[in-house]
Ligand binder design. Structure first.
Ligand code: KIV
Length: 287
């Protein structure tokens, strides 16, 4: 059965954890969907893990649309959420609604996510009024990397923790259907999770959030850029890939690949006829 924003809310009510991972392409999204994941996030982290940028800031609407479309095709049951990239919603409420609308119309995803607290509530309200479900994102919001001065845990002191609570409540009041809490103390995330009716999805926010999300290249050890403390490595797929690439290179060089079973056949008689034809025409290569 297709997961929806309503089914995620029900999970919170039933105390059932929500599972979410990022994906950026059809094949990976399909593998996750086959496993029965609740939700897939087409994160703007694609800028780093797929496009090799230093941070998420250069990601464009076109990047998001191309990847979100592929992921949506791969997900029959998972709810697919697409990030609104940097500067696609900050400038004006009108632009925010237009861009959220493009993500829905042009990709087939069911919800959008945007970063920020009270300052983006007018956008969340307007997008919600356009019948587009919105996920909020608080804590370490990577689009504010320059304002934060680096990837650092957020909300550890009283003032900032209180501000995060205010923001979370404001985002909920504005109509968000869920909030991603990134890189904040576990006890603060637990408190916010209790205070809100909508589900919280944690990434580096402890186990008491209503669900968890990870960037799949991080949990599979495929991405060799930053390695946050909150990532658990569920597989060494990066090493497996490197070993496979090395074996392929070795076998290509020593001629053991391709073997007979990877090779298409032709009757010897056909080759002999060709050989005669070209030899008669004086082509030495065929002698
Ligand atoms: O872009 C992304 O992948 C995200 C997750 C880190 C939550 O926003």
């Amino acid at each position: 059965m297709k997961n929806t924003t309503v089914s995620l809310s029900r999970k919170k009510a039933k105390n059932e954890k929500i599972t979410m991972l990022t994906a950026y392409d059809y094949s990976t999204a399909k593998l996750m969907d086959d496993c029965g994941i609740d939700a897939v996030l087409v994160g703007d982290s694609l800028g780093m893990v797929m496009l090799g940028y230093e941070n998420t800031l250069p990601v464009t609407m076109e990047d998001m649309i191309r990847h979100a479309r592929a992921v949506a095709k791969g997900c029959e049951e998972a709810l697919v959420v697409a990030d609104m990239p940097f500067m696609s919603y900050q400038v004006s409420v009108t632009e925010a609604v237009t861009n959220a609308g493009r993500l829905i119309k042009e990709t087939g995803v069911s919800a959008v996510k945007l970063e920020g607290g009270e300052e983006v509530c007018p956008q969340i309200e307007a997008i919600t009024k356009a019948s587009i479900p919105v996920f909020g994102h608080l804590g370490l919001t990577p689009q504010s990397i320059h304002a934060f001065g680096g990837y650092k845990a957020q909300g550890a002191d009283k003032e900032r923790a209180a501000k995060l609570i205010l923001d979370a409540r404001a985002v909920e009041r504005a109509g968000a259907v869920a909030i991603v809490l990134e890189c904040i103390p576990a006890k603060l995330a637990a408190l916010i999770t209790k205070l809100l009716k909508i589900p919280t999805i944690g990434i580096g926010a402890g186990r008491d959030c209503d669900g968890q999300v990870l960037v799949y290249q991080d949990m599979l050890s495929i991405y060799s850029g930053i390695k946050p403390k909150f990532v658990k490595r569920y597989g060494d797929i990066g090493d497996m890939m490197k070993n496979a690439f090395l074996s392929y290179m070795k076998e290509t060089k020593n001629g053991s690949f391709p073997a007979d079973e990877h090779t298409y056949k032709i009757e010897d008689a056909v080759i002999n006829d060709l050989r005669r034809l070209y030899a008669d025409a004086g082509d030495d290569a065929w002698k």
